[in-house]
Design a protein around this ligand. Structure first.
Ligand code: C2G
Length: 128
């Protein structure tokens, strides 16, 4: 079974997230998402609108997602890849090059982002 992993905040789920998850799943048979905890987001200077628990429930309802694990720090990726026997690591290409150190442990794939949609844009547009 070919296992894929990706990471993110996945707040206010939108089509850009779904496009990433669908393409990530297409690269294997089982997709794990490392979901940023609220504490880790604070470190990313990101304040998610939905709590980790709610973002996890929402993500687990997406048909492309097989498992959600907490992303608590920047250092856990190698351990996650090895522990879960992951074959492919996937991220949107805004992260291109940032995770190439994982190439010693698995395939590393950066996928083109979906243009014109982001959680930040949603928030700004809604504030009127
Ligand atoms: N994404 C995308 N297109 C968009 C918006 C997001 O393809 N229009 C992708 C991002 O590239 C990322 C995933 O969707 O692969 C999740 O995006 P975020 O929730 O914004 O994740 P981020 O804050 O970038 O956290 O350790 C990695 C970090 O946790 C990634």
């Amino acid at each position: 079974m070919k296992k894929v992993i990706t990471y993110g905040t996945y707040d206010l789920l939108h089509v850009g997230h779904i496009n990433l998850l669908r393409r990530a799943k297409e690269l294997g048979d089982y997709l794990i998402v490392g979901l940023s905890t609220d504490e880790f987001n604070a470190g990313k200077h990101k304040q998610a609108y939905y709590s980790y628990e709610d973002r996890k429930v929402i993500l687990e309802a997406v048909k492309y997602v097989d498992e959600v694990i907490p992303e608590e720090n920047w250092e856990q990726k190698i351990d996650d890849v090895v522990k879960n026997n992951v074959d492919v690591f996937v991220m949107g290409d805004d992260w291109k090059g940032k995770f190439d150190f994982l190439k010693d442990y698995c395939e590393v794939v950066y996928l083109p982002r979906t243009v014109g949609v982001s959680t930040t844009k949603t928030k700004t547009d809604l504030h009127g």
